[in-house]
Design a protein around this ligand. Structure first.
Ligand code: CUK
Ligand code: CUA
Length: 631
């Protein structure tokens, strides 16, 4: 299809959209499965014509990417690091999952970080977002939610490992997560999606009218709860302003339903605005309750509260995105073909009572069926995914505002509709959630890949599509298969991220392990020792330098709980060792200058090899030793 034909088709699509109006329950559910608008063959014709742009995004062997991408790994529970524009996967960071290669979830260091919840093997990550200073990425942390077990974790970007994790109390399912942008990321904001009885002690568990959701504010440095806010309805996605005052969250279940038809009954739901400094004052003044055993202050932010405002928006809104100029919150309609543009400047007047709720709405452009998320290029344009139409819609914010002011029916604010493959959820632009939005690339995370890759059985990968947005027209550059749903991602210029090449011997992640050794009179950097710490417990301290461990063998007793602590003395970039005990389910990574430890039971008398399972040297195969288990 030529570009002209494509544009024509888009015009037809645009004119059709306003007539369709709001979706009924049946249409919304059924339409998600309709045939896709463009075949792979049609696309490949279009792709050939775009080879020039594709060449500009090519990253050759040995060349480095311009951006880091942090991808959620969905049901895998992990986070992935990609390079852009190549879309090469650079690293996987285990977070809420247990991981075979690194021993995450099994090592004592990771167990300490995961806390009680290390007994769970699953996670469901959605929203990775980097800490900021003055509305710009500062390269320090990436925060990520776990919808499955109601947790939030923090990744330290200097080592690309999780260093803190908390379970959020009083709620179920942490969903939307974004950080405070200004003056800096003092707080992480996240939403309790599923409503629960408060307290959840069996009392009101079958009375859905007593269920509530909470908005959650986490101290980003301490990774402890700062406070929570009780709301009406539930909460879905969230974002913060560039002034340090407001956060705004979508709410799709104002009905407080527990079944699909109940949750979709209302034509309008809400975008809920939180006044953060006012909520901080409420905590200071003691204007809060606590729930059950939890000591976290819970402030009442239900309708009529002075700390919140409920802006009616159509219908079951999903994504909530702040424009990088700091002027607007955009709530994405999901079951309405519109997105709602909220003026952040007008929110102060709404809180002081000078204007009404809908008075802060400055535009409500009609974009297509199933708007889910919006991203920005920093040049006044917004890009919205429309799930059911399988498209990314580029639209101009100022033009949409003018159309709304003049009550014009024209959809001339739409600049382009690009077919994507297929059914997109999140999309993200390079640096697009910061003041540094540079409008270069957009990544569209498609939920289905269908015919885009070789078939691999009933379960298919998803399709992360790279789109050039630097010019007038969006151009599709690359299809990237990913396994397990990357709901969301963020892309940061490489100049902002400065990872370490070696571990720092003083790193807090293993400081407790080193301190415990010291108490036993052991220097982990020099000593190779077996220390009996109890009747049935023994700790083995050893060093490693490629290609050998500091100990050829060690002896323990049947029934012992054995802790092996290894310090990797190699100071060479990229020389990571492993420690794996045959037939004991034990494996871990020990990076250069890192100390790692693992504890396991030995129940069978005999000789067991342990070996290095990370290739480190020409004599890597020989890097092994024996564990003797005596009766
Ligand atoms: S959500 Cu998955 S497509 Cu969890 Cu941000 Cu919208
Ligand atoms: Cu050490 Cu392989």
């Amino acid at each position: 299809m030529s570009e002209k034909e494509q544009t024509h088709e888009n015009e037809i699509e645009e004119s059709g959209v306003s007539r369709r109006g709001f979706l009924g329950a049946a249409t919304a559910v059924g339409a998600a499965t309709v045939a896709v608008p463009m075949t792979a063959a049609m696309f490949s014709e279009q792709a050939k014509a775009k080879s020039k742009e594709m060449a500009s995004a090519h990253v050759g062997p040995g060349e480095l990417d311009e951006y880091y991408g942090f991808w959620s790994g969905g049901q895998s529970g992990e986070v992935r690091v990609l390079g852009l524009p190549s879309m090469r996967e650079l690293m996987r960071i285990p977070v809420f999952n247990h991981e075979s290669a690194t021993g995450w979830g099994q090592t004592n260091e990771s167990k300490r970080i995961m806390g009680d919840s290390h007994r769970f093997f699953n996670g469901d990550t959605h929203h990775p977002h980097m800490s900021m200073t003055d509305g710009r990425y500062n390269g320090k942390y990436v925060f990520i939610n776990d919808k499955a077990n109601t947790r939030v974790a923090r990744i330290r970007c200097d080592v690309m490992k999780v260093d803190k994790m908390i379970t959020v109390p009083n709620i179920q399912a942490v969903h939307g997560l974004r950080v405070q942008k200004v003056p800096h990321t003092k707080y992480v904001f996240c939403n309790g999606e599923f409503e629960v009885p408060l307290p959840n002690d069996g009392r009101d568990m079958r009375d859905q009218t007593k269920y509530h959701s909470l908005f959650n504010v986490i101290d980003a440095e301490k990774m402890e709860m700062a406070f929570q806010v009780r709301v009406d309805g539930n909460l879905d996605n969230v974002d913060a302003d560039f002034d340090g005052r407001f956060a705004c969250a979508t709410s799709y279940n104002t009905e407080k339903g527990v079944t699909l038809p109940e949750m979709m009954a209302n034509e309008r739901d809400h975008a809920v605005v939180f006044d953060i400094p006012a909520l901080e004052k409420a905590v200071k003044n003691g204007d809060f309750e606590t729930i059950g055993d939890s000591k976290v202050p819970v402030i009442d932010g239900r309708k009529g509260s002075k700390y919140t405002r409920y802006i009616p928006v159509p219908k079951s809104p999903h994504g909530l995105n702040t424009s990088p100029d700091g002027k607007y919150f955009v709530a994405n309609g999901k079951l309405s073909p519109t997105v709602t543009v909220i003026s952040i400047k007008k929110l102060a007047a709404l809180f002081s009572g000078k204007i009404k709720e809908r008075g802060v709405v400055v535009a409500e452009p009609t974009l297509g069926l199933g708007p889910l998320h919006t991203a920005f290029d920093g040049r006044g344009n917004a890009y919205t995914t429309v799930f059911i139409d399988s498209q990314v819609v580029k639209w101009n914010i100022d033009d949409a505002i003018k159309a709304y002011e003049s009550k014009s029916e024209s959809t001339a604010y739409i600049r382009q509709k690009l077919d994507v493959h297929y059914q997109p959820g999140h999309l993200h632009t390079t640096m697009g959630e910061t003041r540094d939005a540079d409008g270069k690339y957009l990544v569209c995370l498609c939920k289905f890949s269908k015919d885009r890759f070789l078939p691999v059985g009933p379960l298919r990968p998803e399709n992360d599509q790279l789109i050039d947005i630097s010019g007038e027209k969006m151009v599709l550059l690359h299809d990237g298969p990913t396994f397990a749903e990357p709901h969301d991602c963020m892309m940061v210029h490489r100049s902002k991220v400065k990872p370490n090449k070696l571990w720092d011997r003083k790193d807090p992640i293993f400081a407790d392990t080193v301190a415990e050794a010291k108490k036993l009179g052991v220097n982990v950097e020099t000593d190779n020792k077996v220390i009996r710490t109890g009747k049935n417990s023994v700790t083995v301290y050893m060093t490693s330098v490629a290609p050998s461990y500091g100990m050829n063998d060690f002896t323990v007793k049947k029934g012992d709980e054995v802790t092996v602590v290894i310090t990797n003395l190699d100071q060479i970039e990229d020389v990571t060792h492993g420690f794996c005990v045959i037939n004991h389910g034990v494996s871990m990574e020990i990076g250069p200058q890192q100390t790692s430890s693992v504890t396991f039971k030995v129940d069978n008398v005999g000789m067991y090899w342990f070996y290095c399972n990370w290739f480190c040297h020409a004599l890597h195969m020989e890097m092994r030793g024996r564990m003797f288990v005596e009766a």
